[in-house]
Design a binder for this molecule. Sequence first.
Ligand SMILES: Nc1ncnc2c1ncn2[C@@H]1O[C@H](COP(=O)(O)OP(=O)(O)OP(=O)(O)O)[C@@H](O)[C@H]1O
Ligand SMILES: [Mg+2]
Length: 311
Amino acid sequence: MSISALDHTNKRVLMFGGKGGVGKTTCSATAALHYASLGRRTLIISSDLTPSLSDIFEMEVGAVETPVNDVENLYALEISPDEVMRRWKEKFGPEVYEAASSLIDMEYDEVIDYVAIAPGIQEEFVLDYILERVRDGRYDLIVWDTAPAGDTLRLLDLPYKFLQHLRMAPKFYFEVRDTFQLKKVPFLELIDNWKALAREVTDFMRNPDNTEFILVTIPEALGVYQARRLVREFERYGLPIHYLIINNVIETPDCEFHRARAEMQAPYINLLTAEYGPSMEIIILPLFPHEVKGVERLRELRKVLFADEHL
Ligand SMILES: Nc1ncnc2c1ncn2[C@@H]1O[C@H](COP(=O)(O)OP(=O)(O)OP(=O)(O)O)[C@@H](O)[C@H]1O
Ligand SMILES: [Mg+2]
């Protein structure tokens, strides 16, 4: 089994999610390389704390879209949470401050710094960024190597979470509450705008023509729990997952150590297959003796992940 069925679709965004260290970046980079090689203009984005794309492509990838060496049609972007925050403040700061300052007497930085740490804001910003690039047609496909927490979907609850967040700051909350009761203020409009933005993102993500979420896991207890949690979370938002990659599988154990590990893995592989086999394409990715680093290694992995007649 492979994820090559995706080749025959016109998805605009592929998201790889899962627990920390299971191979999200490796699979994202492989998929990005694959589609770029098929001639689709592809951007791979990582919004992770650690500079993982620079590592895997063995080149400097920064906060601007950078062409990947030796791979036509492939661009990479690594945008750290700090940089996301900086751009968020630049884009939304004045609007937020204007709305908030009609209610509350606080310094610009105080207001913006507080609002900017609301849950989901980071993810929303990245998605907004992605949607912009999809819409303006600069890329045929965007591969998003999501943060390990896998809490990307929180952003769909953003307006609610945002209000919750404001309630956490008593000064903010009491003044907002009192003023809400006195007059209809721009702050409500801001929340409405936010809702509209979150809805736009949700609509885009919910549309199966646009987005595919690929779950990556490993055959261990923690990997199975995390996979279940994510599948449930996605179901809650009406977003079915169609692909599950089980990574680091020992296929042909040839020593005691590997036999023991393969035995450890087997029940988890069976469990995942029984649970998700009927509704998902399950892809077994073998554990390689080397780390997957550099375009040549990614090409090897591509053959497994996209095993198909045209490779
Ligand atoms: N099938 C595999 N065989 C051998 N090594 C692998 C395999 N898959 C991933 N790796 C290695 O495992 C390490 C972790 O993989 P990767 O960085 O892709 O995980 P991740 O899920 O993105 O991690 P994080 O959550 O930290 O972002 C890397 O060093 C990678 O080279
Ligand atoms: Mg990673």
